[in-house]
Design a protein around this ligand. Structure first.
Ligand code: PHE
Length: 340
C-alpha cells in the first residue's frame, strides 16, 4: 500500500509536468488499453483486503486526474487537430471553391420559359416514354402516314405501342385531353429521333413547344406572340419572316426565320448567304387534332409552335457543333459561368 501511494504520487507529478505535446501521445501512454493507468489499477490485486476500499478510492481519483489532464490537452489544440503552437497562419484566405455553372441548354430553356411566362403561358411537362396515340395518332398522324418518316424514333421492344417521344407536342395532347379551356402552355423537354449524329443532328435534343387554345385565336395572335419572343430573345433589331410549310397537326403551317445574327442579313456562311435562319415551326392547330382531344373545333381555335433549344442556343452563343452540348467537356461548359 505504501509503495502504491508513492507510485501514484510520482505519476501525478509526471502528468502535471506534461504541458507541451500531443494529446494523443498522452492518451496512449496513460489512458490507452496498455496505458499506465490501467497497469496501476491492476495493483489492486496485491492490496490487503482491509485496505482495498481506501486503495480503490485513491486509484479512482488518480484515473480522474489523468482523464482531466487529457481533456485539457485536447481543448488547447484546435478542432482541426493543429496544436496552438504550430506555425500556421490561420488568417490566410482559404483556397477558392470552383464555381459550377448552368448548362447552356438550361440557361436558354430558362430564358425561353421566362419570356413566355410573362405572356401568361404556364409550363407543362409530360413523359419522355410515350404511347403511339399521344406522340402521333392524336396529332393527325395516323399509322402509315408518310409524315411519320419525318420523325423516326426508338421503339420499346417490350411493348410495340411505346416509343421515345419525338416532340413535346405529346404533352400538348395530354393537356388538351384534360378538357380545361382556355389552354396557354409551353412544353419544355427532351425529345428523341433516330438520326445519325453529326454537327447538326443528334439522337436526342431539347424542345420548347407552345399551345394557345381559346375562342377566336387567330394567326395574327400567333405572329405577334412569336415576334415578341424573338425580340426578347435576340434583341429589338432582329426581323422575322414566315414561310408556308407543312405539319400534319397544324393548318395553315409555317416556318419562322429570323434575320441572320452573324451578318445582320447581308449573307454569310451561317445563313448560307440568304440572310435568314430558320428557328421554329408553327401553325393553327388542325381541327382534327382538337376533335381527337375532345375539344369542339367549331367553337375553339388555337395556335401551336415548336422550337429546338439547341438551335436557339447555337444561334445565341454562335456554337457551331451540336455534339458539344452532350460531351461534357469542361473547357466548353466553363465558358457559361455567370452567363444569363
Ligand atoms: N412538333 C413539331 C416538330 O417537332 C414542331 C411544331 C410544333 C410545328 C407545333 C408546328 C406546330 O417538328
Amino acid at each position: 500500500m505504501e509503495k502504491l501511494l508513492q507510485q501514484i504520487d510520482l505519476y501525478k507529478q509526471e502528468i502535471a509536468a506534461f504541458n507541451e505535446g500531443d494529446a494523443e501521445v498522452f492518451r496512449i501512454k496513460w489512458l490507452g488499453s496498455k496505458g499506465l493507468v490501467k497497469t496501476i489499477m491492476g495493483e489492486m490485486r496485491n492490496v490487503a483486503p482491509e485496505q482495498k476500499k481506501e486503495a480503490g478510492q485513491l486509484l479512482n481519483d488518480f484515473k480522474v486526474f489523468a482523464e482531466e489532464k487529457y481533456l485539457a490537452l485536447k481543448a488547447s489544440a484546435t478542432d482541426t487537430g493543429i496544436t496552438a503552437t504550430a506555425e500556421i497562419d490561420l488568417s490566410l484566405p482559404a483556397d477558392p471553391l470552383p464555381l459550377g455553372s448552368r448548362h447552356p441548354i438550361s440557361l436558354v430553356r430558362n430564358k425561353i420559359e421566362r419570356i413566355f411566362q410573362r405572356l401568361g403561358f404556364a409550363v407543362a411537362e409530360g413523359p419522355e416514354l410515350e404511347d403511339d396515340w399521344h406522340n402521333f395518332t392524336a396529332l393527325n398522324l395516323p399509322e402509315n402516314h408518310p409524315a411519320r418518316d419525318m420523325q423516326d424514333t426508338f421503339y420499346i421492344s417490350q411493348n410495340p405501342d411505346w416509343l421515345l417521344r419525338t416532340h413535346t407536342s405529346s404533352v400538348q395532347v395530354r393537356e388538351m385531353e384534360k378538357g380545361k379551356l382556355p389552354i396557354r402552355i409551353i412544353c419544355p423537354g427532351r425529345v428523341y429521333r433516330n438520326e445519325t449524329i453529326s454537327a447538326r443532328a443528334h439522337c436526342f435534343f431539347h424542345q420548347v413547344e407552345g399551345l394557345y387554345i381559346a375562342e377566336n385565336v387567330s394567326f395574327a395572335d400567333l405572329k405577334q406572340t412569336l415576334y415578341f419572343f424573338v425580340q426578347e430573345m435576340f434583341g429589338k433589331d432582329v426581323k422575322v419572316r414566315f414561310r408556308p410549310s407543312y405539319f400534319p397537326f397544324t393548318e395553315p403551317s409555317a416556318e419562322m426565320d429570323i434575320s441572320c445574327l452573324i451578318c445582320g442579313g447581308e449573307g454569310c456562311s451561317v445563313c448560307k448567304k440568304t440572310g435568314w435562319v430558320e428557328i421554329l415551326g408553327c401553325g393553327m392547330v388542325h381541327p382534327n387534332v382538337l376533335d381527337n382531344c375532345g375539344i369542339d373545333s367549331n367553337k375553339y381555335t388555337g395556335f401551336a409552335f415548336g422550337m429546338g433549344v439547341e438551335r436557339i442556343t447555337m444561334l445565341k452563343y454562335q456554337i457551331k457543333d451540336l455534339r458539344l452540348f452532350s460531351e461534357n467537356d469542361l473547357r466548353f461548359l466553363n465558358q457559361f459561368t455567370g452567363a444569363v
